[in-house]
Design a protein around this ligand. Structure first.
Ligand code: GRG
Length: 280
């Protein structure tokens, strides 16, 4: 199983291989290697490892995991910009735009998104015609779709609208924002790992449900950590209270543990327990 350190070493090597030296590269690296839990890429890799004993496309899975972290990092860089959430600290350091300026931060985010496509498609080209290629294409399509206008980017747009108070807040709306903004990328990670491992269609539907539950849990635990942040008006605790939010998290933990066991992803039971007591 990949450790965070090993994943970061591999990501550094791929980053250096794909990106030529420039001040843009330094800006991208500032955010990409600023720390972070690497939860999503390690999720993708662990799901792949749990479901594919043959490890036939392990190298592809690694490149997809790196792509997911690039997409996650671009979304954080853009989210921190003054025109969005306006955050000056990210991963314990000044946000990228505070150091490199808004224009360069915007561009570095764009470049990380492109890099994700480059790293995924570059690996596809190394595959001959066959089952592995069709799985990898399907996984790439899944990641790209779930992080775009039918996924994470849509979630950000919905969230911006709620922050501008253009829409009345309801739990249904907040759930929708959470599902897209946070859940879709987590679903992409678990889904891509499962597709690369070759899961069957009926099993994949369960994987998507599990991704959705993990995404909701991740966002709600984040909301609970952020209580007191006056900008978090669209958070669940602000809407239904802390106790009710904690109860929902427990329900999600229970059902996602059951689903993990059914899908032979027992390692997730431990991860879910860690998520329940996360501090960052
Ligand atoms: C700008 C298109 C676009 C999308 C932004 C991810 C996102 C959508 C916004 C970030 C704001 C936020 C609080 C999102 C909820 C998801 C979340 C908790 C992100 C932080 O992820 P962690 O905790 O961060 O995994 P690290 O630094 O550990 O990688």
């Amino acid at each position: 199983m990949y450790s965070k350190t090993l994943f970061e070493e591999k990501m550094r090597a791929v980053f250096d291989e794909y990106v030529e030296d420039s001040s843009l590269k330094r800006a991208m690296a500032y955010s990409l290697f600023a720390g972070g839990k690497r939860f999503r890429p390690l999720l993708l890799l662990s799901v792949y490892e749990a479901l594919d004993q043959s490890r036939a496309v392990e190298g592809i899975a690694l490149h997809f995991a790196i792509a997911i972290e690039c997409i996650h990092t671009y979304s954080l860089i853009h989210d921190d910009l003054p025109c969005m959430d306006d955050d000056s600290i990210r991963r314990g350091k000044p946000s990228l735009h505070k150091v490199y300026g808004e224009a360069e931060a915007l561009i570095a985010g764009d470049a990380l998104l492109n890099l994700a496509f480059e790293v995924m498609s570059g690996e596809l080209m190394s595959l001959g015609e066959g089952r592995s290629l069709s799985r990898a294409l399907k996984a790439m399509n899944y990641v790209v779709r779930r992080t775009g206008a039918s996924g994470m980017v849509l979630g950000q747009s919905l969230d911006m609208a709620t922050m501008l108070a253009e829409t009345e807040l309801t739990t249904t709306l907040v759930d929708r924002v959470n599902r897209y903004k946070t859940g879709a990328l987590i679903q992409s990670s678990i889904g891509a790992g499962a597709i690369l491992a070759g899961v069957q269609e009926n099993q994949f539907r369960m994987v998507e449900t599990l991704g959705d539950q993990l995404g909701r849990m991740f966002q709600l635990t984040d909301d609970l950590l952020d209580i007191g942040d006056s900008r978090s008006t669209s958070s669940y605790p602000a809407l239904v209270g802390v106790e009710r939010t904690k109860a929902i998290v427990q329900e999600l933990a229970l059902s996602s543990k059951t689903l993990s066991r059914e899908l032979s992803m027992d390692f997730l039971v431990d991860w879910i327990d860690k998520l329940l007591c996360r501090e960052d």
